[in-house]
Design a protein around this ligand. Structure first.
Ligand SMILES: [Zn+2]
Ligand SMILES: [Zn+2]
Length: 106
């Protein structure tokens, strides 16, 4: 699959990890009234999902950890969305497999 933001290519699982690492802003956290939500917006068609985060999360440390997990869930949704809605993102890189250099280093 192709990353919608950059030239990265990989498996859905690889893309998922890449998104979380390289494009964490792809999942946004917003406050609406007294509710926290996270927003996943497709960079291609700009359709968005927003999901409420369970209320009562007052512990900032917990929230940091929680946001990391939510981000993984959010990117999971995004990868599924790309798979379902943007099959052109799944173009295989053809026969350009990484050349394996068989060097014998001593
Ligand atoms: Zn990328
Ligand atoms: Zn889309």
């Amino acid at each position: 699959m192709n990353c919608p933001w950059c030239a990265f290519q990989g498996t859905p699982r690889g893309l998922h990890a890449h998104l979380a690492e390289a494009h964490p802003e792809g999942v946004r956290f917003e406050t609406r009234g007294n509710r926290r939500v996270y927003v996943v917006e497709c960079p291609i068609c700009h359709s968005g999902y927003d999901q409420a985060i369970k209320p009562g999360l007052d512990d900032p440390e917990f929230l940091v950890e929680f946001e990391r997990e939510i981000r993984l869930v959010g990117f999971d949704m995004m990868v599924n969305h790309l798979l379902g809605e943007h099959p052109e993102q799944q173009q295989e890189a053809g026969s350009s497999e990484p050349a394996e250099t068989t060097q014998t280093n001593d």
